[in-house]
Design a protein. Structure first.
Length: 554
């Protein structure tokens, strides 16, 4: 369509800026997607989603809707930008998220319309680890009343785990599972230890909050039910699949476990090959020896998967063991806190749960601790081993937790050993650096301020302050290599080259300088750096440019 037709279409369908529609120029996308918080695209997406959903129109002037067009797409397309938005906007739903492109025939201008879905029930959408909202056509950090309104939506949802199964009875529960439940209940509630054995099954199950007035619930069945009783919860599924794979992802073995979960979790744990791992510290001939996985970590991750699984998805919980390397736990769910870092660093329990009845029962059976701290313990156990921090992935409507059972980078382990005062927050962020993962602007600023890293984002590297205490030649060599030389060194090289050659092409200069620049720089950044060197030398009237991209001494 022509520009005037597109303008009329936009004016008809998105006539004003308000809580659901926003017009933005954003002609250059490189820093517009994830830029300054409160002003970039992901902030607007968070705000609009946290109202009732809506649309963000990009490539038009704010207030007037004049079509400017997107001038520089960087590497974004209408398809790959969705992945970026889902990765950077925690809790953003992929359902109904779409990006539509319109291009004018007569002026060749491009406009994008991002259709933004409403937040999922009780799940505010985050950008830059903050919640945003709209007030009219303004964007602001979310106010308490809006947050409370979203989080109170949990009261409108049914708790699947609390539902009574009218056709099921106590005969559908496994006697061994009930006995195990009594034993762990005593551990959890020592004040009742002398009374539990005198309670009949109905009394015990009611007090453990597994049943309701003696009636079997979904919770009672999945934790204590006989495997053949699973049909009562159909179409829900109560299964755990253990799968053994080689490091290169070849299947070696698998087994599927059913109810009762209070017993089968031990069977799953028994399948995992938790062998001893040995490693040498510097200046010693005696190796440290630890189990590859801290048993608490395995149990905690598996129990969390059971507690937070969305059983209505008719899907199994998966435990994948990559032989002598790492474990992956996957369940269908959404992660309610804004980030795993928030839970670990603040050591705060979750305020809302998908299955509150199930969670309470598991707490009474000593399977989980709702006072918080479980996830933080997992991170600390990894820290004690000098192993990589756990990885969490919340995309695709799943929670995927990866627990590594070895050192990925011995140099990083040496950093942990020789920098014992690093906080858990420091280690989590430095762990991302060692894994070459992207970090937020806030994390980068914190690391720079603490002098833990040097370089410019995204090409950052561990700082001299972190590397020096390790007294490790390899780490120091890597640091010097990353830091490279100062600008004057390279300018002198260029001048010497031109003086001796007489006339030098840009290609020749690139061939001399690029191999000597820091390897943390991309090829484009290296060429831009050389361009800046040449520009500075020309301004200083030391060299001049010639036709055909040649340079000579003035």
């Amino acid at each position: 369509m022509k520009e005037i037709e597109l303008h009329n279409y936009l004016k008809t369908n998105f006539p004003i800026e308000n809580e659901i529609w926003e017009w933005k120029e954003f002609s250059h996308l490189k820093h517009a997607i994830k830029g300054k918080e409160g002003e970039d695209i992901i902030s607007y997406i968070s705000a609009i989603s946290n109202m009732n959903g809506g649309a963000l129109i990009i490539g038009v002037k704010d207030k007037s809707l004049e079509i400017i067009g997107i001038q520089d797409f960087y590497h974004y397309t209408t398809e790959n930008i969705k992945k970026t938005l889902l990765e950077t906007c925690t809790n953003l739903s992929s359902e109904q998220l779409s990006v539509t492109e319109y291009q004018t025939e007569d002026t060749n201008k491009t406009v994008w319309i991002i259709n933004i879905p409403k937040h999922q029930p009780r799940l505010p959408v985050y950008a830059h680890k903050k919640m945003w909202q709209r007030v009219g056509d303004s964007l602001m950090e979310m106010r308490k009343e809006r947050r409370d309104a979203i989080l109170s939506e949990v009261m409108l949802m049914d708790d699947w785990s609390a539902k009574v199964l009218p056709e099921a009875s106590l005969t559908d529960l496994d006697l061994e599972a009930i006995q195990k439940a009594r034993t762990v209940f005593k551990i959890r509630h020592p004040k009742f230890a002398n009374e539990v054995d005198s309670w009949d099954d109905i009394t015990f199950l009611n007090k453990a909050k597994l049943t309701k007035n003696g009636k079997v619930t979904n919770t009672a069945l999945i934790l204590l039910g006989k495997d053949e009783s699973e049909h009562y919860i159909n179409p829900a599924v109560a299964k755990i699949r253990w799968n053994l794979k080689t490091v290169d992802n070849q299947d070696k073995d698998f087994e599927i476990f059913g109810m009762p979960f209070i017993l089968t979790v031990d069977e799953v744990l028994g399948k995992i090959r938790n062998l001893k791992y040995r490693y040498l510290r510097d200046n010693t001939l005696f190796p440290d020896e630890v189990l590859r996985y801290e048993p608490f970590n395995i149990r905690e991750l598996l129990h969390n998967s059971i507690a937070h699984q969305d059983y209505t998805k008719s899907a199994r919980i998966n435990v994948v063991e990559f032989e002598d390397d790492h474990l992956v736990f996957t369940n269908y769910a959404t992660f309610i806190p804004q980030s795993i870092e928030e839970v670990v660093i603040n050591d705060a329990p979750e305020e809302y749960y998908r299955n509150p009845f199930l969670v309470e029962a598991m707490k009474n059976l000593n399977m989980i601790d709702t006072q918080g701290g479980g996830i933080r313990k997992i991170f600390n156990y990894q820290r004690e081993r000098y192993f990589p921090m756990p990885d969490y992935d919340f995309t695709g409507g799943k929670v995927k937790a990866t627990l590594t059972g070895r050192m990925i980078d011995e140099n990083f382990a040496k950093i942990l050993i020789n920098n014992p005062n690093l906080s858990i927050a420091d280690i989590i962020t430095l762990d991302k650096v060692q894994k070459n993962r992207s970090i937020s602007d806030e994390e980068h600023q914190y690391l720079k301020k603490s002098r833990f890293v040097e370089g410019r984002k995204p090409n950052i590297y561990l700082s001299y302050k972190v590397v020096k205490p390790t007294n490790n030649e390899g780490l120091m060599a890597e640091y010097v290599k990353n830091k490279s030389f100062d600008d004057d060194y390279f300018k002198k090289l260029i001048l010497e080259f031109i003086k001796k050659q007489g006339k030098v092409s840009r290609k020749g200069i690139d061939g001399l300088i690029i191999p000597k620049l820091s390897p943390v720089l991309s090829e484009e950044q290296k060429r831009n750096k050389i361009k800046n060197f040449l520009g500075t030398l020309r301004k200083e009237k030391m060299i001049k440019s010639l036709p055909g991209y040649f340079w000579e001494i003035v």
